[in-house]
Design a protein around this ligand. Structure first.
Ligand code: CUA
Length: 406
C-alpha cells in the first residue's frame, strides 16, 4: 500500500505534489535550521567571555517584509500545483480509447453508455464497500475489478457515516459523505498515448500496440490493496478493499460471469429447487443443498445478501455475494485467503468463512450481521423463543456452500 509505487496518472500526480511540498518544506527547514545553528555556534557564551550582551532589537522592517514575501511565494509555489491537481483529479477526461464502447466486448450497452467511460458507484457502509457498475447492471462488494489502462469514473456515496476511498498505488483519497455524491476518476496504468510519450516512441501500428499490451500485462495487471481512510466507527481499521486490474477480455468475461450468477447446487432449475424446498426440503440432500437451505432459511442470509441467479436471495443491506467464492478475501478484506502465488488457499478460505459466520462480532466488532434488530445471527432463536445460534455442523455447511459460489 505504498504511495511511492505509482500505477496510474492520479497516483503519479499526487506523488509529484507530495514531493514538491517535501522539497519546499525541506528548503525552509535548511534555511531556518541553518540560521539557528549559525547563531547558536557564533554567539554562544564562552568561558571567560567578557563580550557585552548584543543589542536586543526587534522589528527590522526589511527582514519582516522579506520573510512575509518569502512565505507568500512559497505558499503560491505549493498552492498553484495543488489546485491544478484537485481539478485534474475531479474532471474525468474524455479519452476516446477509454469509452466503454471502444473496449468492452460484452452485450447490452445502451448507445449513450458506449460514449462514457466505465462508471463505478462506490458506496460506503459500516464496514464494507459496495461497487455498482450501473452501465453493466452488476454489483459486487469489497473487491472491485477494473480494466487496465482505461479511465474509470467513480461516484462516491455513503449510506451511514463519512468514509474515504484510498487505493494508494492508483489513487486517493476522496471522502464518501452521506447525502452527497463526490466524484473522482482512477486509471490503473497509462493509456497508449501517455505510454508512448514516456517511452519516447511515436506512431501507430500492431507492434507498438503489442508492446503496450505487454506493458499493461507485466506492470499493471495485479491485485491492489485499498483501505478506508476516514475514521468511521469501531471497525474502521477493518474496512479494507481490493482492486483487481485485468485486461479487456478478462474484464468482459468477469462481467458475463457476474451477470449469469449461480445455478442450484444439484443442477435443478431454480423453480424446481424452490418447489421442492417449499413442499419438502428433506428431498434436497447433500452438503451444498443443506448449505443453501440454511442460507435461505434458518441462517437468514438471504434477508440481507443478494446472490445473482437465485430468485429469492435479494437482500441489499449486506454485501452482494455473487461469486464470493472467487474473491480472495472476505469481511471487507479483513480475512484474507490469497496465497502468495495469487491463487485462493482453499483451506484458509474455508476457515475464514467458518470464523466469520461463527463469530462475526469478534472478527468485526459492531457489525450488523451479528446484531441487526432481531435479524442478526447473534439473535437466532428456536421455535420456543430460546437463543439458538448456528451449530458447528450448520456453519460447516454454510461455509461449504459459500465457497461453492464461484
Ligand atoms: Cu469507513 Cu473508516
Amino acid at each position: 500500500m505504498s504511495t511511492f509505487v505509482t500505477k496510474g496518472p492520479i497516483a503519479e500526480e499526487q506523488l509529484s505534489l507530495f514531493m514538491l511540498t517535501v522539497w519546499v518544506t525541506f528548503a525552509v527547514f535548511i534555511v531556518v535550521g541553518g540560521v539557528f545553528v549559525y547563531a547558536v555556534i557564533k554567539f554562544r557564551e564562552r568561558p571567560n567571555d567578557d563580550r557585552p550582551m548584543p543589542s536586543q532589537g526587534h522589528g527590522n522592517p526589511l527582514v519582516e517584509i522579506g520573510l512575509i514575501g518569502a512565505s507568500i511565494l512559497l505558499l503560491v509555489i505549493i498552492a498553484v500545483p495543488t489546485l491544478q491537481a484537485i481539478w485534474f483529479t475531479q474532471d474525468t477526461p474524455d479519452d476516446p480509447e477509454s469509452r466503454l464502447g471502444s473496449w468492452y466486448r460484452g452485450e447490452g450497452l445502451a448507445e449513450e453508455e458506449a460514449e462514457n467511460p466505465l462508471i463505478i458507484k462506490v458506496i460506503g457502509y459500516q464496514w464494507w464497500w459496495a461497487f455498482e457498475y450501473p452501465q453493466l447492471g452488476i454489483t459486487t462488494a469489497n473487491e472491485m475489478v477494473i480494466p487496465a489502462g482505461k479511465v474509470v469514473h467513480l461516484e462516491l456515496r455513503s449510506v451511514d457515516v463519512i468514509h474515504s476511498f484510498w487505493l494508494p498505488r492508483i489513487a486517493g483519497k476522496v471522502d464518501l459523505i452521506p447525502g452527497r455524491t463526490n466524484a473522482m476518476w482512477i486509471q490503473a496504468g497509462d493509456n497508449f498515448v501517455k505510454w508512448k510519450e514516456k517511452k519516447g516512441l511515436a506512431g501507430e501500428g500492431p507492434e507498438l500496440r503489442a508492446d503496450y499490451a505487454t506493458y499493461l500485462k507485466d506492470e499493471i495487471h495485479n491485485y491492489y490493496y485499498g483501505q478506508c481512510a476516514e475514521f468511521c466507527g469501531e471497525s474502521h481499521a477493518r474496512m479494507l478493499f481490493r482492486a483487481t486490474v485485468v485486461g479487456d477480455e478478462a474484464f468482459t468475461a468477469w462481467v458475463a460471469d457476474e451477470k449469469t450468477g449461480h445455478a442450484t447446487p444439484d443442477g435443478k432449475s431454480w423453480d424446481e429447487w424452490y418447489s421442492a424446498y417449499d413442499k419438502n426440503p428433506e428431498q434436497l440432500t447433500g452438503d451444498l443443498n443443506d448449505g443453501l437451505k440454511l442460507f435461505m432459511g434458518r441462517g437468514k442470509c438471504a434477508t440481507c445478501h443478494k446472490v445473482q441467479g437465485n430468485p429469492r436471495a435479494l437482500g441489499v443491506a449486506g454485501p452482494n455475494l455473487t461469486n464470493v467464492g472467487s474473491r480472495q478475501s472476505i469481511a471487507a478484506g479483513w480475512l484474507n485467503h490469497r496465497a502468495e502465488d495469487g491463487s485462493i488457499d482453499i483451506e484458509q478460505q474455508y476457515d475464514n468463512f467458518y470464523k466469520w459466520i461463527h463469530e462475526p462480532n469478534v472478527v468485526k466488532p459492531g457489525n450488523l450481521m451479528w446484531k441487526a434488530n432481531g435479524g442478526g445471527i447473534g439473535e437466532l432463536i428456536d421455535e420456543n423463543g430460546e437463543p439458538a445460534l448456528l451449530t458447528e455442523e450448520e456453519i460447516n455447511k454454510l461455509s461449504l456452500y459459500l465457497q461453492s459460489l464461484k
